[in-house]
Design a protein around this ligand. Structure first.
Ligand SMILES: Nc1nc2c(c(=O)[nH]1)N[C@H]1C(S)=C(S)[C@@H](COP(=O)(O)OP(=O)(O)OC[C@H]3O[C@@H](n4cnc5c(=O)[nH]c(N)nc54)[C@H](O)[C@@H]3O)O[C@H]1N2
Ligand SMILES: Nc1nc2c(c(=O)[nH]1)N[C@H]1C(S)=C(S)[C@@H](COP(=O)(O)OP(=O)(O)OC[C@H]3O[C@@H](n4cnc5c(=O)[nH]c(N)nc54)[C@H](O)[C@@H]3O)O[C@H]1N2
Ligand code: SF4
Ligand SMILES: [Mo]
Length: 733
């Protein structure tokens, strides 16, 4: 009995911690933080330390499933792909490629094979009905970056390790470990800001664990961040004045922005935001005076009706305080796979959304996607172009999308559905065929997305440590699954030799990436397809690495602190940071006008995360869900008293979308007027196969979120600030 030690990056959240896995006789017996990881230096959270429990979960799918007479039965891959070809073929035969929709969930971005496989798969599919978790998450950030920098994927991150002043809104990294800011041990880095004499301010309607670690807590009315950030801009301009510093020659549109935002100031927004004018002015002055500062907004700020504006305004503040693109401010990472900026002139074609619009609600496409908030419309509304079939990958929209009960019914009405997932859950139970992905141990891993969102330039590669044909693994990887689906979508036989199928995908990706296939691939060809492509991408990146370099560094390679990238990285037509893009300015006008309309009054609902949960999953891991239920309705003592509710009572929560009963947790950690329920629960429906999750079911908060209100520029759903009423459950209820 010999122990083998393996190192790999945790694929569960954006923090990308290095793990040390001890394997005995082919089984992982222990997971610890990798103390030698160049980035995480031993940090780990409870989810990462139970990664092997996910791999060993007896409920995780080991073989494809086909629904026959309403029951799932195990099938071979060939049978499953034949069923997919037959089911999708029936829909395509009617002549409309858009009738097959796709939904890509959050773990898709944490999955190397899927990241590489989706593009050729989507091209083969040829549908405009593409949906993803991005429109219940970060789409506003892409839109504001597209407008300002001409690059929707270039998102500045707070330079946590060097900043003197961090203003965080709608983020709770003490639970989430950070998002759109890859920083293992985020809270250690926050503590270090304070230890070196800096200041941390958190804007949140709840007194979170992040608040406890900060210097100052500003409570805000949900959904009002954009007004408040607008007021900060005005107060800086009117008070100490803007100071663009070295940015000045590279910025355009500032006067227009200041004019438009003029009506928003500390006094005019005070009542709407619930923040007194003196506090707003003080923070504006402090941001401007700090040697360096960064404004960072996340889920609470982006998943509102004003998500894009709030995202834009955070960066406007970073610009007018001279902090965009400077050490200690908000900086652009330089991923190891990105070509060098050097020798590139700033400027380009810019970026636009709305190249086409959705059929039913006429909402613009953004990055080729429609909002998941309108997926049910597209399924339910009859007529030409109706969505009749759906393919999901690593998504649980029946728990994560707004007005989820409606989407649940819509999925049940589909003519055909395929899910690529590791579980039979609330969404995948609607599928006709489920194609199982391997466990994290059987996948090669490299964070293609998160190296572009990281507070240091770091790169890691983890090979699979379990063979694909391990008895606890389904056999095919996500890349191979997408490759076969692409083949089916191209009208070819699904049981073609899989080596040939993936080979075709590799050459398609290589050609598309502009690689000199003969030359560059020579070194890369004798590798599995996913590794071959990754190798090519690395070879072309500015760091000049090869996959063998990464293999030789199992604790990762640190390529250093972030470096300034302006103006060379800009792709706007003017070659400047365009602060006043016309769609943004029109939306800013709407924001200013909306200040005059008083809010409805009554309670509003927000969400929260917990360190031991991961969106709608990881709830089948006993050690993560044991103990007291964390799916409670937080309510302020005064609101509870008004509703006649005591701690532990069952409370009826109603919204325009639906109602549910949740256990009340009376706490002054939540501001008056706001109630809070985490999302991703409600595991007690029939037809799933997650026994542990079902026994700690909780309730599904997206029964309450409505799908009618979206951020118009990004299509992002409003998931925070939902008007609700709460009352004690009467015996008759
Ligand atoms: N443990 C764990 N980690 C996760 C996840 C998970 O489910 N569990 N999910 C991952 C994913 S997909 C993401 S996107 C990230 C998200 O990471 P975060 O953005 O840090 O998300 P949350 O932890 O939900 O924190 C959001 C905060 O916003 C506050 N809030 C709500 N409404 C408003 C508002 O209108 N204004 C302001 N200023 N604040 C508001 C809430 O009270 C809450 O404290 O976390 C990732 N990491
Ligand atoms: N009310 C409210 N709703 C929210 C949020 C909120 O804060 N409040 N947050 C939103 C956010 S930020 C996000 S990102 C979304 C998430 O929304 P989704 O991505 O739709 O849902 P997840 O809960 O992340 O579901 C992930 C699915 O992937 C599967 N899975 C896990 N690993 C793998 C794998 O390796 N391969 C495959 N094929 N499948 C895998 C899991 O079994 C699960 O079915 O939820 C959003 N919904
Ligand atoms: S913080 Fe995120 S990446 Fe790190 S161990 Fe936990 S789940 Fe994994
Ligand atoms: Mo997310």
């Amino acid at each position: 009995m010999t122990d083998e030690v393996h190192y790999r990056t945790c694929p569960l959240c954006e923090a990308t911690c290095g793990l040390e896995l001890t394997m005995r006789d082919g089984t992982v017996v222990r997971v610890r933080g990798d103390r030698n990881d160049v980035f995480s230096k031993g940090y780990i959270c409870p989810k990462g330390s139970l990664l092997h429990k996910l791999a060993d979960d007896p409920d995780r799918l080991r073989s494809p499933l086909i629904k026959r007479d309403g029951e799932f039965v195990e099938a071979t891959w060939d049978e499953a792909f034949a069923a997919v070809a037959e089911g999708l073929g029936r829909v395509w035969d009617a002549g409309d490629r858009n009738a097959v929709a796709v939904y890509l969930g959050n773990p898709t971005v944490h999955n190397l094979g899927a990241m590489l496989g989706t593009k050729p798969f989507l091209r083969a599919l040829g549908t405009r009905n593409l949906y993803s978790a991005s429109t219940v998450d970060q789409m506003p950030r892409h839109v504001s970056s597209g407008a300002m920098f001409g690059r929707p994927d270039s998102i500045p991150v707070p330079d946590l390790d060097r900043t003197d002043y961090l203003l965080m809104l709608g983020a709770n990294p003490a639970e989430s470990n950070g998002s759109l800011c890859t920083a293992p041990d985020f809270m250690g880095r926050v503590a270090a800001i304070r230890a070196r004499g800096g200041r941390v301010v958190v804007v949140d309607p709840r007194r979170t664990r992040t608040v406890h670690a900060a210097d100052e807590h500003v409570t805000i009315r949900p959904g009002t961040d954009a007004w408040w950030l607008g007021a900060i801009v005005t107060e800086i301009a009117r008070g100490p004045g803007c100071n663009l510093g070295a940015l000045a020659p590279h910025v355009s549109g500032l006067d227009e922005v200041l004019d438009a935002l003029g009506p928003l100031d500390a006094a005019s927004v005070a009542e709407r935001c619930g923040i007194d004018a003196a506090t707003t002015r003080r923070i504006a002055v402090a941001l401007r005076a700090a040697p360096t500062a960064a404004v960072y907004g996340r889920i609470g700020t982006h998943t509102t009706e004003w998500g894009t504006l709030a995202s834009w305004l955070a960066d406007v503040i970073n610009v007018i305080t001279g902090n965009l693109d400077r050490p200690g401010g908000a900086m652009f990472p330089t991923p190891a796979i990105a070509p060098s900026d050097e020798a590139r002139e700033p400027g380009g074609r810019g970026w636009t959304a709305g190249r086409w619009a959705s059929r039913v609600r006429g909402v613009p496409e953004v990055r080729g996607e429609f909002p998941v908030a309108t997926l049910a419309d597209e399924i339910e509304t009859p007529g030409p172009g109706r969505v009749r079939a759906l393919i999901t990958h690593a998504g649980n929209p029946v728990r994560s999308a707004p007005n989820s009960e409606r989407l649940d019914r819509a999925l049940a009405s589909l003519e055909f559905m395929v899910s690529i997932d590791i579980y039979l859950n609330e969404t995948t139970r609607h599928a006709d065929v489920i194609l199982p992905s391997p466990s994290p141990l059987a996948k090669a891993h490299c964070d293609l997305a998160f190296m572009g969102l990281s507070v240091r330039n770091v790169v890691n590669y983890s090979p699979a440590i379990r063979p694909a044909d391990h008895p606890d693994e389904p056999g095919l990887g996500d890349f191979e699954i997408f490759a076969t689906l692409a083949l089916i979508a191209s009208g070819l036989v699904p049981d073609a030799d899989r080596g040939i199928v993936t080979g075709l995908m590799v050459s398609a990706l290589a050609t598309e990436g502009g690689f000199d296939v003969d030359h560059e691939t020579a070194a890369a060809t004798n590798q599995p397809p996913v590794e071959a492509i990754l190798d090519l991408m690395l070879r072309r990146g500015w760091a000049g690495l090869t996959l063998d370099d990464l293999r030789a560094h199992p604790h990762g390679i640190d390529l250093g602190a972030l470096v300034p990238r302006l103006p060379a990285m800009l792709r706007t037509p003017s070659g400047t940071v365009e602060l006043a893009a016309p769609p943004i300015m029109r939306e800013a006008e709407r924001l200013v006008a909306a200040l005059a309309t008083p809010p409805a009054g009554g309670l509003v609902l927000v969400g929260r995360r917990h360190e031991r949960s991961n969106n709608s999953w990881m709830h089948n891991i006993e050690r993560l869900v044991s103990g007291r239920s964390r799916c409670t309705l937080e309510i302020n003592p005064e609101d509870a008293c008004a509703a006649g509710i005591a701690d532990g009572d069952e409370a009826l929560v109603e919204s325009a979308a639906g109602s549910l009963v949740a256990t009340a947790e009376v706490t002054d950690a939540i501001a008056r007027g706001t109630v809070c329920l985490p999302h991703g629960w409600g595991h007690d429906v029939a037809g799933t196969r997650q026994r542990t999750a079902a026994s700690t079911a909780g309730v599904n908060s997206n029964v309450l979120t409505t799908d009618d209100v979206i951020d118009p520029l990004s299509g992002n759903a409003r998931l925070n600030g939902i008007p609700v009423s709460v009352r004690a459950v009467a015996p008759a209820d």
